[in-house]
Design a protein around this ligand. Structure first.
Ligand SMILES: [Cu+2]
Length: 597
C-alpha cells in the first residue's frame, strides 16, 4: 500500500536531484531558461564541433533596458573562429518558444546549411538542434545572425573570423572585433507597426520645421512638403529609439581597446545593426582599409568611411602617439553614435566629437542626378565623367541642400513610370522612378561628400590578388529597388516578395551576368546576395569582391556575378524592416546538368 506513494516520492526526489546537478553543471543559457540579465561582449568558440544555443534574457545599457535574444548567454553572441580548410559542424540549438535560425553571412557553403527559413531549410523548431557541417573554403571577417522574423534586432547576431590557411597578407600585431549594432527596449514588431502606420517619419525627430536651422529655403521647404517627402528622411529608425552598441557596449560603458605604442592594430569592423548606416572615424588617426566584406583589397588610407548594414571592413591603424583615440561610429543621420576608445593604458580617454549637423537629401537622391545624361543613362558606366554634366547636375552631386534652389520643380515628375522596364510592376508600392539613375560608386555616402578629410568610396576598392574571373558577361540584368516611403512598402521590381507566388531570379550554372541595381527610392539600400561574392563594376581592373553593396538613393550600382554556387539563395535588402516588408527575392542557380534546384 505504501509502495506507490514512496516510489512517487523517490522518483520526484531523483528528478529534483538531477535538476540540481544539471543546473550547477551548466550555465543558464544552455538550459534554455535565461534568468536575469544577458552578458555584454564576445566570447569565443572554435574547434571542429561548435555549439550555439539561442535563448532569452534582459539587456540593459545606459538608461535603457528590455527584452533580448542572446546566443550562449551574451549579446552579441560568441565569435565563431574558424580556419580556412577545416571541417566544422555548427550545432544550433533553439531554446526559444518560437522558430529560429542562424545564417552564416558571407560564408560559402552548401545552400541547405545557409540558414534561411523558407528558402534553404524549414527553420529550427523550439527545442530542436540544427547542424550545419561543411568545409571552410575561405578566410576573412564575417558575421552570423538570425534570419527568422525580426530576431536579429533583439540581439541574435555575432562575429565570424576565418583565419587564412597560409600566411596572412595583412601585417598586424593585434586585432579587435568592432561589432556595431543597436539596442532598443521597443519590441521589433512594435517598430515595424509604427513604421507601417506612420511611414518613415515616425522615428525622425529631426524633421524640418519652420524654425529649424537646416540650409533650406522657404521654396525648398514648400517643394519637399508638396511632394510629401522630407529632406531629412535619412534613416527609418534613429537614436530616439536606438542606443548604438560596439561589441554590446553602449557609449556610457567606456569600451577600451588597449594597444602598445607603435603596434599595428587590426580592427575587424562589422555592421551587425538592423537598420543603421554608420560613419566611422578615429579623429587624429588615419585608417588603412585592407579588407572589405572579408575579401582582401589593395590597402587604401583614409580618414572616414561609411559602412552600410551587413558590410564589413578591416582597417589597420598604427597609433604612434602615447594617447587615447576615440573610435566614433556616428549614425548616418547623426542622431547618435557608438563609441570605443583606443588606449595605451586603461582609463585614458580622448575627446568625443560632437554629433555633426544632419545631412539633407538632394535632387540626386530623388533620382534626378541622371537627368541630362540622355540616352547613355549614365548608369552602366562606372567611370561616368562628371565634368561633362551640366552645372545643375554638379550642384546635385556635390552640394547637398543647395541644389534645389533656383530650379523649378513644378514640371518634374517624381513618378514617370514610362521610364521603367516592362517587368517592373507599377502599383501603389512604387512612389518614385529615378531618371537615368546614374552610377554613384564614387559617392562616399550621404553627408560625407563635403567633409574636409579623405573619405572612402567604392571606386577606391580593388581586389588585392588578381585572378578574379576576366570572362566577359554573357547577359545583362536590371533589377529595380522600389518602394513607397509613406506606406512603408518595399520591393524588387515593384513586387513585394511572397514565397508562394514569386518566381525566383534564375541563373544557369556558371553563367556570368552583369547585374545593374536601379534604386527608384530616396533611401540607400544595402543589397546582399547569399552564397556568393559578386564583383563591383567600379572601374578597377581587379574588381573587388563583395557580398553586400550599397545602392545610393536615386542611383544605380552594378556588379558582375559568376553563378557557380548551386541552389536557392536569398537576395535581399539588409535593412531588416525593408526585408520584412518585401524587399526580398530568391536567386536560383541551376546544377551543372542544367536542372533547376
Ligand atoms: Cu532597403
Amino acid at each position: 500500500m505504501l509502495s506507490l506513494p514512496r516510489r512517487r516520492f523517490l522518483s520526484s526526489a531523483l528528478l529534483a536531484g538531477g535538476a540540481v546537478g544539471f543546473s550547477s553543471a551548466m550555465p543558464a543559457w544552455a538550459r534554455g531558461a535565461m534568468a536575469g540579465s544577458v552578458r555584454k561582449g564576445i566570447d569565443e568558440v572554435s574547434g571542429s564541433s561548435i555549439d550555439l544555443a539561442i535563448g532569452r534574457g534582459r539587456f540593459a545599457t545606459g538608461g535603457r533596458s528590455g527584452h533580448a535574444i542572446a546566443v550562449n548567454g551574451t549579446v552579441p553572441g560568441p565569435l565563431v573562429r574558424l580556419r580556412e580548410g577545416q571541417d566544422v559542424r555548427l550545432n544550433v540549438t533553439n531554446n526559444l518558444d518560437e522558430d529560429s535560425s542562424i545564417h552564416w553571412h558571407g560564408i560559402l557553403l552548401p545552400f541547405q546549411f545557409d540558414g534561411v527559413p523558407g528558402v534553404s531549410f524549414p527553420g529550427i523548431k523550439p527545442g530542436e538542434t540544427f547542424t550545419a557541417p561543411f568545409k571552410v573554403r575561405q578566410s576573412g571577417t564575417y558575421w552570423w545572425h538570425s534570419h527568422s522574423g525580426l530576431q536579429e534586432q533583439a540581439g541574435h547576431y555575432g562575429p565570424i573570423i576565418v583565419d587564412p590557411a597560409g600566411k596572412d597578407p595583412i601585417a598586424f600585431d593585434r586585432e579587435y572585433i568592432v561589432l556595431l549594432s543597436e539596442f532598443t527596449p521597443m519590441h521589433p514588431h512594435v517598430i515595424m507597426k509604427k513604421l507601417k502606420q506612420q511611414g518613415g517619419g515616425y522615428f525622425n525627430y529631426q524633421q524640418g520645421t519652420a524654425t529649424d536651422d537646416y540650409p533650406l529655403s522657404g521654396k525648398e521647404r514648400r517643394m519637399w512638403s508638396k511632394m510629401r517627402m522630407m529632406a531629412t528622411d535619412i534613416l527609418d529608425v534613429t537614436a530616439s529609439t536606438y542606443t548604438y552598441l560596439i561589441n554590446g557596449h553602449g557609449p556610457a560603458d567606456n569600451l577600451e581597446l588597449l594597444y602598445n605604442l607603435g603596434e599595428r592594430v587590426r580592427l575587424r569592423i562589422i555592421n551587425g545593426s538592423a537598420m543603421t548606416f554608420f560613419n566611422l572615424r578615429i579623429p587624429g588617426l588615419p585608417m588603412t582599409v585592407v579588407q572589405a566584406d572579408g575579401q582582401n583589397v589593395v590597402p587604401v588610407e583614409t580618414d572616414e568611411l561609411q559602412i552600410g548594414v551587413a558590410e564589413t571592413y578591416d582597417v589597420v591603424v598604427r597609433p604612434t602617439a602615447d594617447k587615447a583615440f576615440t573610435f566614433v561610429a556616428e549614425s548616418m543621420d547623426r542622431s547618435g553614435m557608438g563609441i570605443a576608445t583606443l588606449v595605451p593604458r586603461a582609463g585614458m580617454r580622448a575627446e568625443v566629437p560632437a554629433l555633426r549637423d544632419p545631412p539633407v537629401l538632394t535632387m540626386a537622391d530623388m533620382g534626378m542626378g541622371g537627368m541630362d545624361h540622355g540616352a547613355s543613362g549614365g548608369g552602366m558606366d562606372p567611370n561616368m565623367d562628371h565634368s561633362t554634366t551640366s552645372a545643375e547636375d554638379m550642384a546635385t552631386m556635390d552640394m547637398p541642400g543647395k541644389d534645389i534652389a533656383g530650379m523649378d520643380m513644378s514640371g518634374m515628375k517624381m513618378r514617370d513610370t514610362s521610364m521603367l522596364p516592362p517587368d517592373v510592376k507599377v502599383g501603389p508600392g512604387l512612389d518614385m522612378v529615378s531618371m537615368g539613375a546614374p552610377d554613384r560608386m564614387g559617392y562616399p555616402g550621404l553627408g560625407l561628400d563635403n567633409v574636409e578629410h579623405r573619405v572612402l568610396n567604392y571606386q577606391q576598392l580593388a581586389a588585392l590578388t588578381p585572378g578574379n574571373e576576366k570572362r566577359t558577361t554573357s547577359r545583362k540584368m536590371e533589377i529595380h529597388l522600389t518602394g513607397n516611403m509613406e506606406r512603408y512598402m518595399w520591393s524588387f521590381d515593384g513586387k513585394k516578395f511572397s514565397a508562394v507566388s514569386d518566381d525566383p531570379i534564375r541563373f544557369a550554372y556558371n553563367e556570368r551576368v552583369r547585374v545593374k541595381l536601379v534604386n527608384d527610392t530616396m533611401m540607400a539600400h544595402p543589397i546582399h546576395l547569399h552564397g556568393h561574392f559578386f564583383e563591383l563594376v567600379n572601374g578597377q581592373d581587379n574588381q573587388p569582391l563583395k557580398h553586400t553593396v550599397i545602392v545610393q538613393p536615386g542611383s544605380s550600382a552594378t556588379f558582375d556575378l559568376t553563378a557557380d554556387e548551386v541552389g536557392d539563395w536569398a537576395f535581399h535588402c539588409h535593412l531588416l524592416y525593408h526585408m520584412h516588408s518585401g524587399m526580398f527575392q530568391i536567386v536560383s542557380v541551376a546544377s551543372p546538368s542544367g536542372a533547376q534546384s
